[in-house]
Write a protein that binds this ligand. Structure first.
Ligand code: F7E
Length: 326
């Protein structure tokens, strides 16, 4: 019999790649989507999978919808990828972010505990939980303390702790993947990688003249979403529930990212890039570099796609799209 996977946040970047990966691996895939007045916005990352996945309307804040879906599907694996995922926006909507990313996870854990407790539960935890905290060797790992610097990070710490609590209190299979930044052409274009690449391509094609950014001196450890969804599946198929950092181990600044993209397109950065306070955060997470030794050793996971391959794929994506439109 095929294994059944239920994905919250199936219409997002990770949800779409995870669905493709699970279908390739002979899973039956179910997903929860929220009602949106523009249906296309909800489904554009998963429309290629239309006849292969089963979609249900629901919401992490609507326990009755979760109960209906978990009861009917009886999944073997639950991947909780749904979230308000934008860190800067979490400063503007802190209550909504805490509700969705914190209480929403509690709602799903309770529904899972009472309706299908033999399932395995994956929580999309985040490197944003580390915040100001870095170990002496300039890395963050599973043992690094959490000192979040945003409402988003605070909510993710709450959810992380709830997942561990449910593991120990009720002997449920609940695991956290602590994922560092991961990108792709499917990334929302208000995240920095896709914003830089998309706007630089528009400048190259004469469609725009300026790229306006916030802090260019923060460092991130950027991987490819396609590699990271493989880790999610490995985490749930490990013999016991546990928590794993997933990262490349290489860090670069936003400025380094811009340098690479602008050089690739033969553009002069200084002529086109400007900074504006509106993209700065009240508190910035300055530096991330993940040590994923535990996942590499125990799960035999490692990233396959390099930073350069990732950014080149994103450049090609926008070049194709805008050239066709032209
Ligand atoms: O920012 C700086 C910004 O929004 C990266 C989410 O997936 O990863 C992501 O969160 C850096 C920050 O991602 C702009 O200040 C400069 O230092 O692409 P981002 P993020 O905040 O790191 C973690 C792991 C998650 O879990 C989150 O869900 O880039 N930056 N100028 C800018 N960032 C944005 N968005 N826009 C700018 O104009």
């Amino acid at each position: 019999m095929k294994k059944k996977a239920l994905i919250t946040g199936i219409s997002g970047q990770d949800g779409s790649y995870l669905s493709e990966y699970l279908l390739e691996n002979n899973y039956e895939v179910f997903g929860i989507i929220r009602r949106n007045s523009i249906v296309e916005h909800q489904r554009n990352r998963i429309e290629q999978l239309d006849n292969q996945i089963n979609l249900e309307y629901g919401d992490l804040m609507d326990s009755s919808s979760l109960e209906r879906i978990l009861n009917a599907v009886q999944p073997n694996e639950i991947y909780n990828l749904a979230a308000q995922s934008h860190v800067r926006i979490s400063f503007e909507i802190p209550h909504f972010t805490l509700q969705t990313n914190g209480i929403g996870v509690l709602n799903l854990l309770e529904t899972f505990r009472t309706n299908c407790p033999t399932a395995k539960f994956y929580q999309a935890s985040s490197s944003e939980m580390f915040g100001r905290s870095v170990d002496d060797d300039n890395c963050q790992r599973e043992t690094t303390r959490f000192e979040p610097t945003s409402p988003y990070g605070c909510a993710k710490v709450l959810a992380y702790n709830l997942v561990k609590h449910y593991r120990f209190a009720y002997s449920l299979f609940c695991s956290n993947g602590i994922l560092f930044n991961h990108e792709s052409p499917r990334r929302g274009s208000n995240f920095v990688t896709n914003k830089v690449v998309k706007t630089a391509v528009e400048i190259k094609l004469g469609l725009k003249n300026k790229l306006i950014l916030g802090n260019m001196d923060s460092y991130r450890d950027w991987g490819h979403s396609k590699d990271y969804v493989v880790a999610m599946n490995k985490i749930l198929n490990h013999k016991e529930p546990d928590d794993f950092v997933i990262s490349t181990g290489i860090t670069r600044s936003v400025r380094d990212l811009c340098k690479y993209v602008f050089a690739k397109l033969n553009l002069e950065m200084d002529k086109h890039i400007f900074q504006d306070k509106k993209y700065m955060r009240p508190e910035e997470l300055k530096y991330l570099k993940g040590d994923s030794t535990k996942a590499r050793k125990i799960l035999n996971w490692q990233p396959k796609i390099s930073f350069e391959e990732l950014i080149d794929e994103m450049i090609d994506h926008w070049m194709d799209l805008f050239s066709k439109q032209k």
